[in-house]
Write a protein that binds this ligand. Structure first.
Ligand code: SF4
Ligand code: FES
Length: 240
């Protein structure tokens, strides 16, 4: 007799039995099949924004995002079909065409695994918004942002309930920003650092790490960041 709360399906021809409501991503993990993810984070609400996790489901017209699609009885899932691999490769190639992924090691590993041509769209215009350094805690370099939405979610209902950031703009101009684009200290941000913790690309980075990377000594950094916090002294510009 079939247990009504258990769903039976196959993933890459392997039989899988999981509770109803399980996502394809989690069901696949249960049998040792890793599906790549970018926007998904175990502690954030899945929004299926990046589509890197798409899989092929027999009988379905479109590829489905494994991070949000739930298992169905007798479903047949293929996580590595030619169509799936082509879709993932193209998504990565489009990301490389517009975003600086030099500090996104997980995406870099995916690109290698999927044989990505990082120059596939040479006429694309990479986004180069200026680095924002407006507070003593962290910098924002949205040239590295893949718009995964994780930072917005942890700032909102997924963790902090602070609502300091959201999307601004549309299409190519879309970017994460504070409301009315006010500097971070004038927003509702409480500098909890959770957004930095979930950012997968280095777009958000703790200030001290950033200053170390651009050549300041620990002593200089401590002096600068403490001074900035107290508001007593400001850092002099330095060419490094
Ligand atoms: S800043 Fe980071 S966490 Fe936020 S949307 Fe961009 S890549 Fe994602
Ligand atoms: S990881 Fe599923 S859509 Fe981004």
């Amino acid at each position: 007799m079939t247990n009504q709360t258990t769903v039976h399906l196959t993933i890459d021809n392997l039989p899988v039995h999981v509770p109803a409501g399980t996502t394809i991503l989690k069901a696949a993990q249960q049998v040792g099949i890793e599906i790549p993810t970018i926007c998904y984070h175990d502690y954030c609400t899945a929004n299926a924004l990046c589509r890197i996790c798409v899989v092929e489901v027999k009988g379905a017209r479109l590829l489905v995002p494994a991070c949000t699609a739930t298992v169905q009885e007798n479903m047949q899932v293929n996580t590595r079909s030619e169509r799936v691999e082509r879709a993932r490769r193209t998504i990565l190639e489009m990301l490389y065409a517009t975003v600086d992924l030099s500090e996104a090691p997980e995406i870099e590993a995916m690109a290698t695994a999927y044989g990505v041509d990082r120059q596939r769209f040479p006429l694309a215009e990479p986004r180069h918004p200026p680095l924002i350094d407006d507070n003593p805690m962290y910098i924002r370099d949205y040239a590295k942002c893949v718009l995964c939405w994780r930072c917005v979610q942890v700032c909102a209902e997924d963790a902090q309930y602070t609502y300091a950031i959201n999307f601004k703009g549309r299409g190519y101009e879309t970017q994460i920003s504070t409301f009315y684009e006010v500097p971070m200290p004038e927003s509702t941000c409480v500098f909890c650092g959770q957004c930095v913790g979930v950012c997968p690309t280095g777009a958000l980075k703790f200030k001290r790490q950033h200053l170390l990377e651009v050549g300041y000594s620990l002593d200089e950094i401590l002096q600068m960041t403490r001074s900035e916090r107290s508001g007593r002294r400001r850092r002099e510009p330095r060419n490094v």
